[in-house]
Write a protein that binds this ligand. Structure first.
Ligand SMILES: C[S@@+](CC[C@H](N)C(=O)[O-])C[C@H]1O[C@@H](n2cnc3c(N)ncnc32)[C@H](O)[C@@H]1O
Length: 327
């Protein structure tokens, strides 16, 4: 039992990563046109600390928002909110600057206690979700599948942060394949820094404490997930390699060639191609078709000479299909 509690504590702690304002700004600048006249909902965000709330409240007029809503989940990290009413989940509403100073002042922000704990799946939160046009946040990663399923069920536009590995979940991959979800514009590689609660163990490489005692940790493999369109995702990936059977072996259990680095996709290969997940950083739906994921014809993991490679996405070059060689 003690062990179970420990695991639960660790798991809930894994959900407490606070997004930095600079990362939010770097991503959001690609979508400015989408926000005009829209209701934005940050549903995993304590507005007292969330940089998402900060970004949208300070940028309210610039973005031309109609309304901003935020709800917080009852805090599991008392220390972070110790000066605040930690156990109380709250709902917050902002409809723009009223006194002409273009700053979201306390008296312009409506703060209401929630009856429940602010869980994004609660009735109260779903009622707010229904009013929203676009949901923007960094949701709890442990509930990522459920979180995305709810957004899809309610037919919402969204821009959320998660681990790129989430596209290996079959529910998420299905959305990617159907072009209902894609990676956002600003994070294509490397790691990103997130704030963490004060009692977070800081033994990881790249963790730090700033001069005010705030703790941060660098996280690898972070991506934005969205169904908001942006220009760069319609740019073709420039391919320069030529196919040779020696350089591109086929899988034992699927008629596709294996490619280890996205940039090495052969420009002239018309058949199926297995590419790493990082391909999604360069994916243009007009250039490639996503066919399937990970498994061969025998429904086992793709392998070459009996050895499975990493997860692979099977794709096909659409441009070669529409302009066959013989034409
Ligand atoms: C990764 S953190 C990000 C926090 C904030 N959105 C940000 O980006 O700074 C996820 C947050 O979701 C909260 N959370 C956990 N479970 C939740 C739930 N069921 N409903 C709503 N929020 C939840 C966590 O307490 C945590 O603060």
């Amino acid at each position: 039992m003690a062990n179970k509690n420990l695991h639960q504590a660790k798991d809930s702690k894994k959900d407490e990563f606070y997004t930095q304002l600079a990362d939010i700004e770097r991503e959001l600048k690609h979508y400015k046109d989408h926000f005009k006249g829209k209701v934005v909902y940050c549903n995993c965000d304590d507005p007292r600390v969330s940089k998402f709330f900060h970004y949208f409240s300070y940028g309210f007029e610039d973005l031309g928002l109609k309304k901003l809503m935020a709800t917080c989940y009852k805090s599991q990290q008392m220390d972070l909110f110790s000066q605040n009413n930690a156990e109380q989940a709250i709902y917050l509403e902002y409809e723009g600057d009223k006194n002409g100073n273009f700053i979201p002042d306390a008296e312009e922000i409506g703060i209401k206690p929630l009856k429940g704990d602010g869980d994004f799946r609660s009735e109260e939160s779903i009622a707010l979700l229904k009013q929203a046009d676009i949901v923007v946040t960094n949701p709890p990663f442990s509930l990522f599948r459920e979180y995305v399923a709810q957004l899809i069920e309610h037919d919402k536009k969204f821009l959320i942060i998660g681990s790129m590995n989430a596209i290996t979940y079959k529910e998420i991959f299905r959305l990617v394949k159907e072009d209902k979800l894609w990676f956002g514009a600003s994070i294509k590689s490397g790691d990103r820094e997130f704030g963490v609660p004060n009692d977070y163990p800081l033994n990881a490489v790249g963790s730090r404490i700033d001069e005010s005692g705030n703790k941060f940790i660098r996280v690898k493999g972070v991506r934005w997930f969205t169904n908001l369109d942006y220009d760069e995702r319609h740019e073709d990936l420039v391919l320069y390699k030529k196919y040779t059977p020696e350089e591109y072996p086929k899988y034992d259990n699927f008629d596709a060639i294996n490619v280890d680095k996205t940039k090495d996709i052969p420009a002239d290969y018309e058949g199926y191609i297995g590419v790493p997940i990082t391909f999604m950083d360069k994916y243009n739906p007009a250039q490639f078709e996503i066919v399937k994921f990970r498994k061969g014809d025998d429904d086992k993991d793709l392998c070459i000479n009996g050895k499975p490679p990493y997860f692979r996405i099977i794709v096909k070059n659409k441009k070669l299909l529409t302009h066959p060689k013989e034409e």
